[in-house]
Design a protein around this ligand. Structure first.
Ligand SMILES: [Zn+2]
Ligand SMILES: [Zn+2]
Length: 268
């Protein structure tokens, strides 16, 4: 289904010698391997919220890191509910997990997952990177967090999924890169035309996601240097291209602007 279109949300951040994954949509494991990074080099994984396009492959990623030879724990940070997800995943793989411990002499997978449940505010410090979380506006999901990674010389912020949310401007003040979700309204209209429950979907999209214009407004007020659109809506309309997002984005943001795609690398 997705052979020609973008995969769900996952980003890899390499900063201060740390390799950090933000969100684990389906395809994340394959994308990490394709980028040339060893799964064993992943230090930390952050989940912004529990929608499937952000968490579906967390368990399989951890399991694959484990079978690749994991010996020291991976730090996993997620909002409330993440523990239940991981426990249920481990339970679903109990047969395999147990047999690999007994038969292959591996350490139990659960002992190699160092889980932290975070909420708003300070999350952790990874070497010199200060990680902060801001609860954003993504109804009906209560626990959804923008994340900021700041080592005092560079700062990158991920908006996560959110409707227009003004506190993000302060949170991402003067950041080097703001990765913000973006929805192109002309594409949304076409998407709704071919959707059976259009009015419900329209309500959901408008209440819980940001338009390109809104993402630009946040980036401008935040004085962000570089705005990167991700989580594009629509993502699978052949009549909507990156140029459409770019053209509309340029109307609202005068800094560096990039439209994200699978495998894109951004240096900052
Ligand atoms: Zn979401
Ligand atoms: Zn999403």
């Amino acid at each position: 289904m997705r052979s020609e279109t973008a995969m769900p949300t996952s980003s890899m951040l390499v900063m201060d010698g740390k390799t950090i994954i933000v969100d684990c949509g389906i395809g994340v494991t394959r994308s990490i391997v394709a980028s040339g990074v060893s799964l064993l080099d992943i230090n930390a994984i952050f989940i912004t919220h529990l929608h499937s396009d952000h968490v579906l492959e967390l368990g399989p990623l951890l399991h694959t890191i484990w079978t690749s030879g994991l010996k020291k724990p991976v730090d996993v940070y997620g909002p409330e509910g993440i523990k239940e997800y991981l426990e249920a995943f481990l339970q679903s793989m109990q047969f395999d997990n147990q047999i690999r411990v007994e038969d292959e002499g591996r350490l139990p997978l659960e002992e190699l997952i160092n889980l932290t449940i975070y909420s708003e505010g300070f999350v952790t410090r990874l070497r010199s990177i200060d990680v902060q979380a801001l609860k954003v506006n993504h109804p009906p999901v209560e626990e959804c967090y923008a994340l900021s990674f700041d080592n005092e010389s560079k700062k990158i912020v991920f908006s996560a999924d959110t409707a227009y949310f003004e506190p993000l401007t302060k949170f991402s003040h003067k950041c080097d890169v703001l990765v913000h979700e973006a929805m192109l309204m002309k594409g949304v209209e076409t998407l709704l035309e071919r959707t059976p429950n259009a009015s419900r979907l329209r309500e959901h999209l408008l209440a819980s996601h940001s338009t390109v214009e809104e993402a630009c407004k946040i980036a401008t007020m935040a004085k962000a240097k570089h705005l990167v659109f991700n989580h594009l809506i629509p993502a699978d309309d052949p009549d909507i291209s990156d140029e459409d997002f770019l053209a509309e984005g340029k109307n609202g943001f005068s800094g560096q602007l990039t439209v994200g795609y699978d495998g894109i690398e951004i240096t900052f």
